[in-house]
Design a binder for this molecule. Sequence first.
Ligand code: CA
Ligand code: CA
Ligand code: CA
Length: 449
Amino acid sequence: MKRMSWGILILAVACGKGGGGGEKFGAPQDQTQAGIIASCTSKVQAASVAEKFGGSYRILNEKKGLIEFYDIPNDTLQAELPKAKLKANQVYENLIENGFSASAALGNFPYVGGVTPQYRDSTMTSYFPYLTQIDAYNLPAGVRGAGVTIAVVDSGVHYNHPHLSPNIRTNSRDGHGSSANGRDEDGNGYSDDYAGWDFYNHDAYPVDDNGHGTHVAGLAAGTLSGVAQQAKILPVKVLGSRGNGDLGTITAGILYAIENGADVVNLSLGGSGASEMGSALDELVGHIRLANDRNIVIVAAAGNGGSDGVGDCNDDQPIWPASIESPNLMAVGSVDGSNQLTRYSNFGGRSVHVAAPGGDNVGLLSTVPGNCTTSCNSTHAAYGRMSGTSMATPVVSGLVALVKGVNRGLAAAEVIELIMENGTSVPEFDGLIRSRQVVNAGKALEAAR
Ligand SMILES: [Ca+2]
Ligand SMILES: [Ca+2]
Ligand SMILES: [Ca+2]
């Protein structure tokens, strides 16, 4: 199996003459050629600089003045925009251990929804052993994460999957598809964002052209495979079809999630590059602190061990965003079906908070993109297996949603403490996982009530 490499530090200083100039409305096709991000820059400044040097730019967040420039050398930009804080752009990737690609040729299509949820029953336990492993298969009635929204900041979500569509969070004040009118009725800065937003291609259709985000969404809140079967999923696309994206796009997507109703933000992605961390992550750290002020829990993948595929210690070699220290952020490592850390999983007695099932040689089974594009029914229910800390992370996000669902009064840090203190103890985790535990829904929920 092709293994996805990750953590590649790419300082995207594009040189030479740029073609055309002007504003771009999508991320570059080759995301390894991502641009340089300047913050505190106005649209007018961006247009003027792009015009003067023949480069181009893309507005990542107009409110924050976050602009990504292409084809303009770093020193030129710095001379031209002395007040702008330049941020070297990094390429981040999703954290699948085993290669996977969905054979999906998907354009932009509207959210359809309306399929009756088909919930798992007692005949399906063998398909979803990770649910039994964390005691989340048979939960008391009413404990399904209803009323809680999990933002899946990822490669998009196949929101018309019949086992996801009932749980997609929709924005009734704005419409897309046949209701699209190009206007931003709810004034959140995004026109026609009915079912989340695509920050990679700059449109209102966060369709998953990779497969990763759909799998993640199904583990968190699929009606069959999900830990929280009635939590809502807010799709936010920040990674492209190859499963990678740049930090600026990811950061803008996280802010959208925070400002548009997320209670939990799932980040099954990451990158390394400590030397760049000082300035490149300022914006992201700021957003995570903002999320803390709003009681939003951030759940981030610990990482898959770098190029050799053997887990590394995040205490020594930080992984971003998992290693950001904030009371509302928990980093997740991956265990196999026997509660042993998987070979690929990163660890850290200080910086990796909990472990959860993430699949080993056999991946977890969850939703993947199928061919349901204009209407949905139960025959279009595609499932696939993936492994990685990317998969362990939404298992925990689902658990956070369950806990919040039974006790809305808990602060973000309290939710994390509660989950860390009410799991299944694994003595071998001493020094490897901060809580020394694999998460456990039954115990956490008992403590949460
Ligand atoms: Ca809107
Ligand atoms: Ca509209
Ligand atoms: Ca799109």
